[in-house]
Design a protein around this ligand. Structure first.
Ligand code: ADP
Length: 400
């Protein structure tokens, strides 16, 4: 069985998915799992899927021993090392260096590592994982697929911050945008569903998971997006504030003696739906609590919907109008109450919610949730792993 392995190496965990290749280019997910507890005294290897299930304890797990556990499990499931054509690495920050998926060599892995200054929690672990994956599967093509790459087509008026130019020129301070793999996947799929070339559709895609971002896509290319230098900017999220007045840093330092890193920690981990509700970051919990009369949950959901609708409307300006609004991610794919309210608020753009279709499009279903043909609102379940596998296969075959 020829296969592509997709990996997402974090500092404390390593997630993977294995796609079997059938025919020329059909990829089918056969297994997924993770190694958790990397860097601690005891971790776990877990795998499930049609290749089989496993759960084992790992002493002092590292990325290397995690890959070792994965290799031996794959071998036991009948997948030989030399059948892995490529290993596709998900990378959070590609900076302005990477505008598309690439085959990794030592120099490119060093570049990924250097970009850790802009994604300290992620890029270093990605680079570490790449070096270990090269040792584990020396014959496979190692590829990198970047969350930022799809957004590299933004024009300067969209990606620059209105701060002294020197901060951009010397220190690369600008908007990069994230979730690019998801926005790319759902925009291409939307064009297939609508039966129109992606080039002809003025589209806003809303990826609403624990992290949330919107993207304006014109002619199949990103022209603006809501996340910024880091994934903290833009929409309100599970635990992230989204856009706030940058003066909160100075204010909280003077008022509470908080350092910049304390404030950024609060904005990242204790804000958003969790911070406003005082209850949970999970939309399911909040919708249920609101039904019981929880005031914090009610306000958190209202703010989420309001900020989402306002942001979507603003992204129609670079598009010069709107043909399709697309919802993806855990909230976008399931929370019909929340996306339904956002669509209702967008009536001034000509959108009209189809209540019945909206209530039905949950749990992985895709389809239209609005009345009429233009503009349309749709739900399109995202599949970032599949796109990483496809890019990796194309690179392994020297197609890209
Ligand atoms: P991540 O960004 O970590 O991949 P997901 O895309 O899984 O996260 O999205 C997580 C969010 O999706 C949570 O807020 C969760 O409550 C929400 N969600 C998942 N399933 C449902 C559902 N059935 N109804 C409402 N919200 C849901």
């Amino acid at each position: 069985m020829k296969a592509i392995l997709v990996v997402n190496c974090g500092s404390s965990s390593l997630k993977f998915a294995l796609y079997a290749l059938s025919g020329d280019d059909v990829l089918e997910k056969r297994a997924s799992g993770l190694v958790e507890g990397i860097g601690t005294a005891q971790g776990r290897f877990k795998a499930k899927g049609s290749l089989g299930e496993a759960e084992t304890v790992l002493e002092n797990p590292s990325h290397l021993s995690g890959f070792g556990a994965l290799k031996s499990w794959l071998e036991g499931a009948g997948v030989r090392d030399d059948e892995i054509l490529g290993v596709g690495h998900r990378v959070v920050q590609g900076g302005a260096v990477f505008s598309e998926s690439v085959v990794l060599d030592d120099a490119k892995i060093d570049q990924v590592d250097e970009l850790a200054a802009m994604a300290p929690l992620h890029n270093h672990a990605h680079a570490l994982g790449m070096r270990e994956a090269k040792k584990a599967w020396p014959d496979a093509v190692q590829a990198a697929v970047f969350d930022t790459a799809f957004h590299q087509t933004m024009p300067p008026k969209a990606y620059r911050f209105a701060v002294p130019s020197e901060l951009y020129e010397k220190h690369a301070l600008r908007k990069y945008g994230f979730h690019g793999t998801s926005h790319r996947y759902v925009s291409a799929r939307t064009a297939e569903i609508l039966g129109r070339p992606v080039e002809s559709i003025r589209m806003v895609t809303a990826h609403l998971g624990n992290g949330c971002s919107c993207c304006a896509i014109l002619g199949g290319k990103c022209v603006d997006t809501t996340m910024g230098l880091t994934p903290l900017d833009g929409l309100m999220m599970g635990t992230r504030s989204g856009a706030t007045d940058p003066s909160v840093f100075d204010y909280l330092e003077r008022k509470l003696g908080w350092s910049a890193s304390k404030t950024v920690q609060v904005l990242n981990k204790e804000s958003g739906l969790l911070g406003i509700s005082g209850l949970s970051q999970d939309m399911r919990t909040l919708v249920a609590a609101r039904a019981e009369g929880h005031e914090g949950a009610k306000l958190a959901i209202e703010m989420f919907e309001y900020r989402l609708a306002k942001t979507i409307a603003s992204l129609t300006i670079p598009l010069g109008g709107l043909d399709a609004l697309v919802f993806a991610g855990g909230i976008g794919e399931n929370s019909y109450v929340v996306r339904g309210e956002a669509v209702r608020m967008l009536a001034p753009l000509g959108l009209e919610l189809d209540e019945e279709a909206n209530a039905k499009a949950v749990g992985g279903a895709e389809g239209k949730i609005s009345v009429g043909d233009s503009p349309v609102a749709l739900v399109v379940p995202t599949d970032e792993e599949l796109l990483i596998a496809k890019d990796t296969l194309a690179l392994a075959r020297g197609r890209k």
